[in-house]
Design a protein around this ligand. Structure first.
Ligand code: ZN
Length: 197
């Protein structure tokens, strides 16, 4: 299956924060999760929903378009509060994200998976389950050492984030063949025109 979404952050949960393009430029900013179909497709790619679950939720979305639209808004709101909280350390966003966390953790219980490591078990599968799973996964990330490697692409407007796992911790761009090339080209032309002047 060819993937619709980019998975370049090094964390399936964190990839959700990269479903807005050009986030730092309000005029250019564009939403990838435009409907419930996109949200569910993203969750499948990220491994947050299994095939049976997504089939059930696609049916629910067809039967309840209003609930589906609300679920899309909730998913995007949770994602954006996580961005403000984890990337920008904004106090209002942290408070918003905590509200999403209280909701997400109230809809599941930890349970031993096959007698081994405990995992979260949802009380029920609903159109809000994708949001709850995303918030719990982002909370796991925020509590792990990985979050210390969280870095925002150094492009002026890109806004994508990733875990910098490079040995020297010097990864600057979300995807080297995208923002990296564009910025290197810009620096090159700037140098060239400076030489001419
Ligand atoms: Zn970038």
């Amino acid at each position: 299956m060819t993937e619709r979404f980019a998975h370049v952050s090094g964390s399936s949960a964190l990839d959700a924060l990269n479903t807005v393009d050009w986030r730092l430029d309000p005029e250019r900013s564009s939403e990838q999760l435009t409907g419930i179909g996109e949200v569910l497709d993203w969750c499948v790619e990220a491994g947050m929903l299994g095939p049976d679950e997504v089939a059930t939720l696609r049916g629910d979305a067809r039967d309840h378009p209003r609930l589906a639209a609300e679920a899309v808004s909730a998913f995007r709101a949770a994602r954006d509060s996580a961005y403000g909280a984890m990337v920008e350390h904004d106090e209002n966003a942290i408070a918003d994200f905590q509200t999403h966390q209280r909701e997400a953790f109230s809809r599941a219980c930890p349970h031993p998976a096959d007698g081994g490591r405990w995992t979260w078990l949802d009380d029920a599968l609903t159109l809000r389950t994708p949001t709850h799973r995303l918030v719990r996964a982002l909370t796991d990330l925020a509590q792990s050492d990985d979050v210390l490697r969280l870095h925002r692409c150094e492009d002026d407007v890109c806004g994508w984030v990733f875990l910098d796992t490079s040995p020297r911790r010097n990864r600057r761009w979300c995807a080297a063949n995208d923002c990296g090339d564009r910025n290197r080209a810009r620096a090159y032309y700037k140098r060239k025109s400076a030489q001419r002047d």
